[in-house]
Write a new protein. Structure first.
Length: 290
């Protein structure tokens, strides 16, 4: 090849290379879940770039991408209760960047949005929420602490970022405080048990009194009924009579024996004197029951 053709090939190659460079630097792609901020020669465009493909001025324009998806960050906050007890709270913060705040965040804030904006305000909100309650109440009222801290954090951050939720994973107290709370809980449980036993004893006593009053009232009513109806006793005697005629065995003082009593006496005598003759008949006569 002559030198002229070689020079022509080199020129074509350089032209193709320049075209490729220009094309690559003159286009951009914003991925799903992201928004772009356009900066041209140090000047920020007021409108964000939506996701998708676009063109830009090559070499002088840069596109910075920001995620607008919900993000989750773990964090720890050290705070104090109203009784000046140290508490460590392990939490998760769910937040996202609104697309309308992407340009403002890029212009006015530097670094990670969570570390610079969300975390300090969440810490401050947690401290304010726990400072109004004792350490024992903080442990018991975890949901109230979370709700109050979320409300305060949203108010402090404003509309620049959206705090979706604050999840309290653990509340750690000092060992001495945990032991003191445990001992107090045991005492409260024993006191509640004693109170329950006292209430049950009182209920049983009240029940016995009510039962006794009922029995006394029943006896009184029956006594009044007998006074008004004397023949009721005779009716009860007739109902209880087994149909046997009572007998009187003569002697110094007459006494009443039934036929069953006489038969039992005869059997006892025969058992005591099996060789003796049967006892003479006992004079009997009918009589009315005294």
């Amino acid at each position: 090849m002559n030198p002229q053709n070689i020079s022509r090939l080199i020129g074509i190659a350089i032209l193709i290379f320049v075209v490729v460079i220009m094309a690559s630097s003159g286009t951009y792609v914003i991925h799903p879940g992201f928004r772009g901020v356009q900066v041209t020669l140090g000047k920020v465009s007021p409108a964000f770039k939506p996701e998708g493909f676009g063109f830009k001025a090559p070499f002088i324009t840069t596109i910075h991408a920001f995620s607008v998806r919900q993000q989750t960050q773990e964090d720890k906050a050290e705070c104090y209760s109203s009784d000046l007890q140290q508490i460590q709270v392990d939490l998760r913060v769910l937040f996202r960047i609104p697309e309308s705040s992407v340009v403002k965040l890029f212009q006015e804030y530097y670094g990670d949005p969570f570390a610079n904006l969300v975390s300090p305000r969440v810490h401050e909100a947690i401290k304010e929420a726990t400072a109004t309650q004792s350490a024992e109440q903080v442990v018991k009222n975890r949901e109230q602490i979370k709700t109050r801290a979320l409300e305060l954090a949203r108010r402090k951050i404003g509309e620049l970022l959206v705090v979706e939720d604050i999840v309290i994973q653990n509340i750690a107290l000092t060992k001495e405080l945990e032991q003191a709370i445990e001992a107090k809980m045991v005492q409260e449980q024993e006191a509640a048990k004693s109170k329950f036993l006292q209430q049950r004893a009182q209920i049983e006593a009240d029940t016995a009194v009510i039962k006794a009053k009922g029995e006394a009232e029943s006896i009184r009513i029956r006594g009044d009924a007998l006074k008004e109806n004397p023949t009721y006793i005779e009716l009860q005697i007739v109902d209880k009579w087994d149909g046997l005629t009572p007998l009187v065995v003569g002697g110094g003082d007459n006494f009443v024996l039934t036929m069953q009593d006489l038969e039992r006496l005869r059997q006892q005598r025969e058992h005591a004197n099996p060789s003796s003759q049967s006892a003479p008949a006992v004079q009997r006569r009918s009589t009315a029951r005294q």
